[in-house]
Design a protein around this ligand. Structure first.
Ligand code: G4P
Length: 510
């Protein structure tokens, strides 16, 4: 094996690409900040989170986010710790942005599930967990806020296990509780990680001794294989705010966090340590810097080594794509990426060539799968207040739809465009961004439609169907036909009347 292949493999093996999943308020932002700080990416704890004039994470670019205190955009934060390179992909906390979250989860190798120790498993955590399960993503559990009144650790483990049908293996055990919580006991290394010294006779140590007997007798031990398969989660206890248990978590990611996984394509599985570089675009973000009007495609490198200046094949169009300025993102900065490896996420500035779901390769004709579009649950007609801006609106809607802010449907009968969303907050974001970034004021009107399905079939039948249903047909961003129905009943009736056509609510892109 040549030196450079060996070096590539070493680099890939030390990548840890993960996301944090949680219900709002469980402590994701606080934990993110502590992780970045442990990796030296942030000098002062407390400055990721906005409180009054304090800074927010760099992922919180948009004004609308600040106003609402929710994370709308997804970004990546890279830091180094314990010899590993961590790529933390931020996901929006609010369920209205679940499509964005889903796409981001296609780009990670593991997830940290943060649970509020008082509240246990909450709705959003459960949903995000299900997405991870679909993809067999290994999950590490962090039970946060142990410095406050919390449920009993045994009860929490039980809840995680029974609610999610997932085996749990405690990796650490809390020492003290609530106001007297002072640290953790590492069950594998058998060492204490305490924030203060405790006397031998301290009641917390006595209690710990008794609990450990129960833990070791009754609870499963960590098993690497079950973890890798997504069937067992190691559980850590801590307090992000008081910085207890955070290093336990990071050390675990270093020692058994999964390195870059193999990724499925339409034709074969691509292994991370293959020599040829491949990458998958899972997110587009426009106007990150309002002064530059740039569009950033976030691509996960799925195999090999990326080098700046490479000429790549853009598989969807078959064209060449010159990789001039790939970038890394840190907590506050970006930097040109001269070289990157499987597992890394790079931002690629472009002018709209790259789309969500696109594959880039050195030459092979491969298409990564697994990045879906979901049929929207809410459809609205866009009302333009100033008719002079029709052209601008068209361009802006296309760009924002390419970014995945909303889905865009152009009715075949020439009526004004319809936007489709999963949650209404997406509409607010669209409206705010059209006004703020493009200077176009819009409103929304109801449509007669409540459901959208992608429709396909052989050409003759499609042509007949289109001719007979033009007022209920629209083209999506890629020009694929979408049937719009006023109700589930109508949708069913239409599907039954056209058994040779296929109506689907999930479209794979790529
Ligand atoms: P999120 O991103 O998951 O929504 O949660 P975030 O980190 O914003 O935390 C939500 C609230 O919980 C914050 O309080 C935060 O300070 C608090 N918190 C996070 N981790 C811990 C912890 O380990 N222990 C305790 N006791 N609290 C924790 P807030 O009052 O909403 O905001 P702030 O005023 O502290 O900024």
């Amino acid at each position: 094996m040549s030196d450079s292949v060996e070096q590539m493999r070493t680099e890939i093996a030390r990548r840890r690409t993960f996301a944090i999943i949680s219900h709002p308020d469980a402590g994701k932002t606080t934990l993110t900040e502590r992780l970045l700080r442990a990796g030296g990416a942030i000098q002062l704890a407390g400055n990721v989170r906005a409180k009054g004039e304090r800074r927010r994470t760099r992922s919180d670019w948009m004004g609308i986010e600040r106003e609402r205190g929710i994370s709308v955009v997804t970004s990546v934060m890279t830091f180094e710790y314990g010899g590993c390179i961590f790529n933390l992909l931020d996901t929006p906390g609010h369920e209205d942005f679940s499509e964005d979250t889903y796409r981001t989860l296609t780009a990670v190798d593991s997830a940290v599930m943060v649970i509020d120790a008082a509240k246990g498993i909450e709705e959003r955590t459960r949903k995000l967990f299900e997405i991870c399960r679909l993809r067999d993503i290994p999950i590490i559990t962090f039970i946060n806020k142990m410095d406050r009144e919390a449920q009993d650790p045994f009860a929490l483990l039980d809840e995680v296990g029974s609610t999610l049908a997932l085996d749990t293996a405690p990796a650490t055990w809390p020492v003290g509780r609530a106001a007297t919580f002072v640290g953790t006991y590492d069950l594998r290394a058998r060492e204490m990680h305490l924030t203060q010294e405790l006397a031998q006779s301290d009641p917390r140590l006595q209690a710990l001794g008794e609990e450990l007997e129960l833990v070791q007798g009754a609870l499963p031990e960590f098993d690497r294989e079950s973890f890798d398969a997504g069937a067992l989660t190691p559980v850590f206890f801590g307090s992000a705010m008081r910085e207890i248990g955070v290093l336990d978590l990071l050390d675990a990611l270093v020692s058994f966090g999964p390195p870059p996984r193999a990724q499925a394509t339409e034709t074969r599985e691509v292994k991370a340590d293959e020599a040829a570089m491949t990458a998958l675009v899972f997110k587009i973000q426009a106007n990150m810097d309002p002064n530059h009007r740039d569009r950033m495609a976030f691509a996960r490198i799925c195999s090999g080594r990326l080098q700046r200046g490479m000429r790549l094949r853009h598989v969807r169009t078959g064209k060449q794509f010159a990789l001039h300025t790939p970038q890394f993102f840190f907590a506050r900065d970006r930097q040109l990426a001269e070289e990157a490896f499987a597992g890394d996420v790079v931002g690629i500035p472009n002018h709209g060539t790259l789309r969500i779901g696109d594959t880039l390769t050195e030459s092979e004709d491969l298409r990564f799968t697994g990045v879906p579009h979901f049929a929207p649950e809410i459809l609205r007609r866009v009302r333009l207040d100033d008719a002079m801006k029709a052209k601008k609106l068209r361009q802006a809607l296309t760009e924002l739809a390419e970014e995945g802010v909303v889905q865009l449907f152009r009715p075949q009968d020439g009526a004004p465009p319809i936007v489709g969303v999963v949650g209404t907050l997406q509409l607010d974001v669209l409206q705010a961004r059209l006004a703020g970034e493009y200077g176009v004021a819009i409103g929304f009107e109801s449509t007669p439609f409540s459901l959208a399905r992608w429709v396909s079939g052989d050409r003759g039948r499609m042509e007949a169907f289109i001719a007979g249903n033009r007022s209920a047909l629209a083209d999506d961003l890629d020009g694929d036909p979408v049937f719009l129905a006023s109700s589930a009943f109508m949708m069913r009736r239409t599907a039954e009347a056209n058994p040779q056509l296929t109506f689907v609510d999930i479209k794979q892109i790529g």
